[in-house]
Ligand binder design. Structure first.
Ligand SMILES: NC(=O)C1=CN([C@@H]2O[C@H](COP(=O)(O)OP(=O)(O)OC[C@H]3O[C@@H](n4cnc5c(N)ncnc54)[C@H](O)[C@@H]3O)[C@@H](O)[C@H]2O)C=CC1
Ligand SMILES: O=C(O)C1=N[C@H](C(=O)O)C[C@H](O)C1
Length: 238
């Protein structure tokens, strides 16, 4: 597979290593300094692009890939307020997009169990629910994309809550999503249920970026030849 890396930071470099080990070719690895080169690539030269950049850059990069008919796997978080535009542009150009807030298999299992637990716990109002995420100090977006996916999964089962707040909530109808930034923490997500008597938690700790990167390479192998917007539930049997 001929892969164009859009973004060559912590994730781009990890993906390059894993993709080369699987026998794929890296056509180029673009950074913020040569971002304008993206539009010079065509679907004749590239089988799939993998986009891990920044919240500000991701939307434009995905749209360029749609226009160029290059399937794009996007892991960048913090741009979901533009999802309606991305859906419109993807359809207009008959593009191919694979997006998930988290490519790790473990986190996608966590999403699944999170919903199961939320559906049960919703019946026990004596337990207060809270989401917490901890990441490295370089992270640009807050809350993390993963924490927002977790919050969506909880809110689906809590009709008494009508949204989330990125703070300790004083209002029972808002779900607390608390963010901490600490050193080089790769990514930790916790869902905590607390009553007067006890606490229990779902806890996911990423030990490295390899889990994200290997999921992104799998998605890049899967996407070409498919049209539309896809995510991890299309790829994994959960
Ligand atoms: N979905 C997932 O599983 C994961 C998502 N992420 C997300 O991926 C994104 C990137 O994360 P990191 O690699 O840790 O960031 P990073 O800061 O280490 O690297 C970002 C890279 O993007 C480049 N870049 C910025 N604007 C660009 C543009 N317009 N064109 C081309 N390149 C551009 C930078 O030069 C740099 O090489 C973040 O939004 C992060 O939240 C990170 C890990 C896992
Ligand atoms: O910025 C990161 O590093 C990560 N971002 C993703 C997110 O926002 O959820 C995934 C992972 O937690 C690492």
């Amino acid at each position: 597979m001929r892969i164009l890396l859009i973004g060559y930071g912590k994730m781009g470099q990890t993906i390059e290593r894993l993709a080369l080990a699987k026998g794929h070719e890296i056509v180029a690895a673009l950074t913020v300094n040569d971002a304008d080169r993206l539009s010079s690539y065509t679907a004749d030269q590239v089988d799939v692009a993998i986009e891990f950049t920044s919240p500000d850059a991701a939307v434009g990069n995905m749209i360029t890939c749609f226009e160029k008919k290059i399937p794009v796997v996007c892991g960048t978080t913090g741009w979901l307020q533009h999802l309606p535009l991305i859906k419109e542009k993807c359809q207009e150009h008959q593009g191919s997009l694979f997006y998930t807030s988290n490519f790790s298999v473990g986190v996608n299992l966590f999403f699944h169990f999170n919903e199961y637990v939320a559906a049960k716990m919703q019946q026990y109002p004596e337990y207060a629910v809270q989401v917490k995420e901890i990441h490295h100090v370089h992270k640009l977006d807050q809350p993390s994309g993963t924490a927002l996916s977790i919050a969506d999964g909880i809110l689906k089962h809590y009709p008494q809550k009508h949204g989330w707040i990125n703070d300790i909530s004083q209002e029972p109808e808002l779900l607390s999503v608390v963010s901490e930034r600490e050193g080089e923490v790769v990514g930790t997500h916790i869902v905590q249920y607390t009553s007067e008597n006890d606490t229990f938690e779902l806890h996911h700790i990423a030990h490295s970026r390899e889990g994200f990167a290997s999921g992104a390479v799998l998605a890049a192998e899967w996407l070409p030849g498919r049209q539309g917007i896809f995510g991890m539930t299309d790829l994994l049997q959960l």
